[in-house]
Design a protein around this ligand. Structure first.
Ligand SMILES: Cc1cc2nc3c(=O)[nH]c(=O)nc-3n(C[C@H](O)[C@H](O)[C@H](O)COP(=O)(O)O)c2cc1C
Length: 188
């Protein structure tokens, strides 16, 4: 069993990214992993924007990263890259805060024009932080993620299948069963 930190970098209170991550968390939990959710939007803004690495919330987040064997990083695409909120937390972690960790990068976005944002924007940051193994990521179109009034999440079939596959590869990598896969993909 691995410990997985599942990080949503969306500032939105009604975030599709966060809901998608919590949905995928359940698949990882069913596979025997301990999953710890972290919504960066719950970290006090003054700590993030003031780069206060001694703030208890930043210390706690840093410890959660240190404890994790695997990290799921989910972000909405903003201006063709990851969110500034996510970057504001990553900036406060140690330079090599992902050393030895397996990472699954996920993004949601409004246009397939930015399907490669994981690869050209997020992946280099994760690499620079020393991630041991960044498995294949996935970009999901926001229109493929529906949330009912009662909070029920529905993911379009093609996207759901692709996400299940990348989550399972991540899970296998945590268990030491797979080789790295390089490219990010997108929902069909
Ligand atoms: C400020 C802002 C900028 C955005 N920029 C992009 C963009 O450049 N490319 C894109 O594909 N989607 C863009 N979007 C759409 C979001 O990435 C998309 O709706 C995403 O699923 C939102 O995730 P969330 O609900 O978790 O915040 C943008 C949305 C906002 C609010």
């Amino acid at each position: 069993m691995a410990t997985v930190l599942s990080v949503s970098g969306s500032p939105s209170a009604a975030s599709r990214t966060a809901r998608l991550l919590r949905h995928l968390d359940r698949r990882l939990t069913a596979q025997g992993h301990e999953v710890i959710p972290l919504d960066v939007r719950t970290v006090p803004a003054e700590a993030l924007l003031g780069a206060d690495v001694r703030h208890p919330a930043i210390v706690e987040a840093t410890e959660l990263f240190a404890r994790a064997d695997g990290v799921v990083i989910g972000t909405p695409v903003y201006k063709a890259a990851y969110s500034g909120l996510l970057k504001s937390l990553l900036d406060l972690l140690p330079q090599y805060g992902l050393v030895g960790k397996t990472v699954l990068p996920l993004a949601t976005g409004g246009t397939t024009a930015h399907v490669l944002a994981i690869d050209y924007a997020l992946r280099p940051v994760l690499s620079s932080m020393g991630a041991a193994h960044i498995v294949q990521g996935w970009f999901t179109l926001d229109k493929d993620i529906a949330v009912d009034d009662d909070g029920t999440l529905t993911v379009a079939r093609g996207a759901a299948e692709a996400l299940a596959q990348v989550v399972d590869r991540f899970s296998d990598a945590l268990d030491g069963r797979t080789a790295p896969v390089a490219a990010a993909g997108r929902a069909a």
